[in-house]
Ligand binder design. Structure first.
Ligand code: A4P
Ligand code: MG
Length: 208
């Protein structure tokens, strides 16, 4: 129980006309946003490029992620040169692929918007599915979230079967688990490293 302040006996407490009761729903929303800000989530992002200066483009994407308010890049994998997946052999150039671990206060939908903005910045043109691209920014996983929404499927529906995602992910987080699919180490053992070659001569910088 609060006792009346000595300066103002209870009947003379000053009334602030700007103070309105805050509806419970608003308080709940603010609290939820606050707890997200205090609890950044971890997300795994896969980068791929097979057009133009592949290394420069991947580095640009890493830097753009770090420049995003609410996103911190925690780890960047080695770069792998990989055979194009899902297309006629020899019909496309090899990819450079890498995986980036981030901590973020953005919800998944905003992280996807940012991924698309980065793709657009590199003038990515979508003409055919699995067509060659300057940059592809895929969200492989967002914390433990599982969603079948086609706009943002989590985890990425094909990550578990792709060496070009699993190999660099395993490098930066050997204990990682893909929600709904199990340890990355086991998935990688099943898929193998064929067509995924380390490029020890090139490297992505972790932003300062
Ligand atoms: N989308 C849904 N879930 C996600 C997610 N988790 N992350 C939606 C990102 N996007 C997601 O993607 C199509 C739609 O998927 C988007 O509108 C988005 O809202 P896109 O990037 O426009 O088109 P895409 O990449 O050609 O299609 P898709 O099916 O996403 O292709 P993938 O599976 O990303 O495969 N081979 C090698 N070696 N290395 C590669 O990096 N990449 C691909 C692309 C094919 N072959 C490759 C590589
Ligand atoms: Mg994609």
């Amino acid at each position: 129980m609060t006792s009346p302040s000595p300066e103002y006996p209870s009947e003379q407490q000053p009334v602030d006309p700007t103070v309105q009761p805050v509806p419970a729903a608003v308080t709940a929303r603010v609290d939820a946003a606050d707890s997200t800000l205090q609890n950044p989530r971890s997300a795994v992002i896969a980068l791929g490029s097979n057009l133009g200066n592949r290394l420069e483009t991947l580095q640009g994407a890493v830097d753009a992620l770090e420049d995003t308010p609410g996103v911190r890049v925690k780890a960047v994998s080695p770069v792998y040169e990989t055979e194009p997946w899902g297309v006629e052999p020899g019909s496309q150039s090899d990819y450079f692929n890498a995986v980036v671990l981030v901590r973020t206060t953005l919800p998944p939908s905003s992280l996807l918007e940012r991924a698309h903005a980065i793709e657009e910045a590199y003038l990515r043109v979508r003409t055919e599915r699995w067509g060659p691209r300057t940059i592809d920014v895929d969200i492989v996983a967002y914390q433990g979230v599982v969603s079948g929404d086609p706009v943002l499927t989590l985890p990425h529906p094909r990550a578990h079967e792709r060496g070009f995602v699993l190999v660099p992910w395993y490098d930066v987080d050997p204990a990682a688990e893909l929600p709904g699919h199990g340890p990355v180490a086991d998935l990688l053992a099943a898929v193998g490293r064929d067509g995924v070659l380390l490029r020890p001569d090139v490297e992505l910088r972790l932003p300062e």
